[in-house]
Design a protein around this ligand. Structure first.
Ligand code: SF4
Length: 358
């Protein structure tokens, strides 16, 4: 029995119907990479992301054409829509007016405190939250020296100063993100912030990279924090199809046991005892279980001698020998079949198992 660390207590902030913080499920978000002005393509991508398991969607609002499309996107999106604004506070005001469920700004690049507070007052009137994004690129000049020596401290100092400004006007619907492309800085900054404030945290490692590198960096950065009970919503930033971001986000959350989205597939790394193409067999099993959302453990092992024992935790598993294959449940062999019939026998046994569980 694993003892998970308690989630850090944070306030609850609603983004449309989705709760962030306050012990709610870790919410998965992603960002469209279509031109927002093309609302047809943007809505198509939002629907694809929803189908992949995305729960909150952010869209870039870089100009007035995007603003014009935003209202339609907000009205037709199956997910709460977050407007992503840089530099021009008027775009933030327009996104709020268009019905965005939340607006993400980097106060450091809005130009002035006055503009920042104007956005906050409008968000307050609309009853929506703001995400205060802080990263190296938007840090105030006075913090740059500190950033060079203590980057995490500089990010936190910047975020807390903006939080303080919002609290002074009684605005508390705040989500904070402290991002760096350095995994260590991201981890340290979020830990430090959690010691000093209770606003929910949006976690991410910024500019993490392409699919493989970015997934690993993010899994370490976000995963470390989530394992410590820190973080309320996550976005995996990848130079890839955003659907991949959602898939990776779900896998990070599931790997920590924080939510279960799909069966866990255990497969052995193979060794000199393996007498079959286990990579192909594992892919076949992956396809068979792809649409299941039950918390099952499924194992694919490369030899009949050690397989069932090594994977005795699995609810259902297969071992592939040279000519024969085994089907086992919780370490006990329940069927022996010819190797060519193994995948069909697995499907039949899975059906039986699902019947028993229904
Ligand atoms: Fe090797 Fe068999 Fe273990 Fe796979 S299950 S790693 S093939 S001993």
């Amino acid at each position: 029995m694993v003892n998970f660390p308690e989630r850090k207590k944070t306030r609850t902030v609603m983004v449309g119907r989705v709760a962030i913080g306050g012990g709610s499920l870790i919410a998965i978000q992603s960002m469209t990479n279509t031109k927002t002005a093309n609302y047809i393509l943007t809505l198509k991508q939002i629907k694809e992301l929803e189908a992949a398991g995305c729960e909150l969607i952010r869209v870039a609002v870089p100009d007035l054409d995007a603003v014009a499309a935003l209202k339609r996107i907000v009205n037709q999106s199956p997910l709460p829509v977050i407007g992503d604004i840089h530099f021009d506070h008027r775009l933030a005001l327009a996104a709020i007016a268009a019905g965005a469920a939340k607006v993400r700004i980097n106060p450091g690049n809005l130009g002035s405190k006055k503009y920042f507070l104007e956005v906050a007052r409008n968000a307050d009137a609309a009853g929506i939250p703001l995400r205060i994004g802080v990263n190296a690129g938007s840090l105030e000049k006075k913090l740059l020296d500190l950033y060079r020596q203590k980057p995490a401290e500089a990010l936190v100092e910047s975020a807390l100063a903006y939080v303080d400004l919002l609290e002074k006007i009684n605005f508390n619907r705040i989500v904070v993100s402290l991002k760096a492309s350095s995994v260590y800085t991201t981890i340290l900054a979020n830990r430090l912030f959690t010691e000093q404030a209770t606003y929910p945290l949006h976690l991410g490692v910024t500019e993490a990279g392409p699919l493989e590198t970015g997934s690993i960096k993010t899994a370490i950065g976000i995963g470390t924090l989530l394992a410590e009970g820190i973080g309320d919503t996550i976005r995996v930033s990848l130079t890839a199809d955003p659907v991949e971001e959602v898939r990776v986000a779900r896998k990070i959350i599931q790997a920590l046991g924080l939510r279960i989205f799909e069966p866990e597939l255990i497969s052995c790394p193979t060794c000199g005892r393996c007498e079959t193409d286990l990579v192909a067999l594992t892919k076949d099993v992956e396809t068979v279980i792809a649409d299941l959302s039950l918390p099952l453990r499924i194992a694919v092992m490369g030899c009949a001698v050690n397989g069932p024992g090594e994977a005795r935790e699995a609810d259902l598993g297969i071992c592939a020998g040279k000519k024969k294959g085994l089907i086992f449940r919780k370490g006990k062999v329940v069927k022996t079949v010819k190797i060519k019939q193994l995948i069909d026998a697995f499907k039949a046994e899975l059906e039986d198992l699902l019947q028993e569980l229904s």
